[in-house]
Design a protein around this ligand. Sequence first.
Ligand code: GCO
Ligand code: MG
Length: 403
Amino acid sequence: MLKITDARVIITCPGRNFVTLKIETSAGIHGIGDATLNGRELAVASYLTDHVLPTLIGRDAQSIEDIWQYLYKGAYWRRGPVTMAAIAAVDTALWDIKAKQAGLPLYQLLGGASRTGVMVYGHANGGTLEETIAEAVRYQAMGYKAIRLQSGVPGLASTYGVSRDKLFYEPADARLPTENVWSTHKYLPTVPKLFEAAREALGWDVHLLHDVHHRLTPIEAGRLGKDLEPYRPFWLEDATPAENQAAFRLIRQHTTTPLAVGEIFNTIWDCKQLIEEQLIDYIRATVVHAGGITHLRRIASLADLYGVKTGSHGATDNSPVCMGAALHFDLWVPNFGIQEYMRHTPETDAVFPHAYSFEGGDLHPGEAPGHGVDIDEALAATFPYRPASLPVNRLEDGTLFNW
Ligand code: GCO
Ligand code: MG
């Protein structure tokens, strides 16, 4: 028995807010888990501190599955992003502890490495098509094998994915939500032009991706997918909101462009139909927002049965703790597809010392026991929490729309 002796939540803002759970045990081994839910950080912190942590003290840290079931079934109110991020944090910290106790990197406990590295995609974005292409050329020169392209839309003041700061995209940019304006009519013709220019500049070896960020109807998404087919995109992401999983049938009827979805999913129930009906090609759920390693493993196993690959969310609002755990998962998971990778700021990297590293377009989780990521609590304390919200989006006539 490895008793849980203490568990606490650490909130820090080294450029953006992160919520981290630290669990300590009787053997002196500690583990950490990411609990960050962008724009709703304090809700998860309270869920953990007020409701979960008191039930953990004295339990056996080795009983990962039992604790997962206890927190999921025992809550009565199942699922939802707040609950599942809290469960994920506990689960990630416990896997970290178990692997440290074994003296092994986490991927060895999951079943060992299935590949030499984890292919990642980086983000090229720009206010104009030309700026985006220039940025993509830079990513190619850095060795990236896959690049996501997002470009400003003529006639719209701001566009999802296009940042002022080239290196560090951060949508939670103000205390209260900023308001963006959207026009599908203006957006739709820009993407095929962007991909045509990208193929000309970058060639055909590199994988190209695009994120629609939930903004099209299924038939509009079918049209965009069809228009992009000549440029062989790796995937079209979040083409339409996915609460209605059956909506993807309509997209599928019209295009062979691969579809990716799932960054906002928190359980297997959010994607069961999408996977079983083979309506998507990549499932983007990740450790922090989908119940930790224990639950993500179930989602990936279901996906594998239906030829669906993983493509985990890796935006900067997933802390380095989530990234570390995700990379161990990626190195092992048989049906791996790709991993998103947005670089964190130097301040964030300093607060979360980590064993993972980038080389030749791949990330590797490293060989440190556990998931290889820790937190410098003294440094974290120098970056106090700053409230920040994600934007909202309106159509040109003022109608509230999907951001
Ligand atoms: C992505 C995502 C992010 C989200 C962000 C919200 O594909 O990386 O769409 O950019 O908008 O994670 O918190
Ligand atoms: Mg996305």
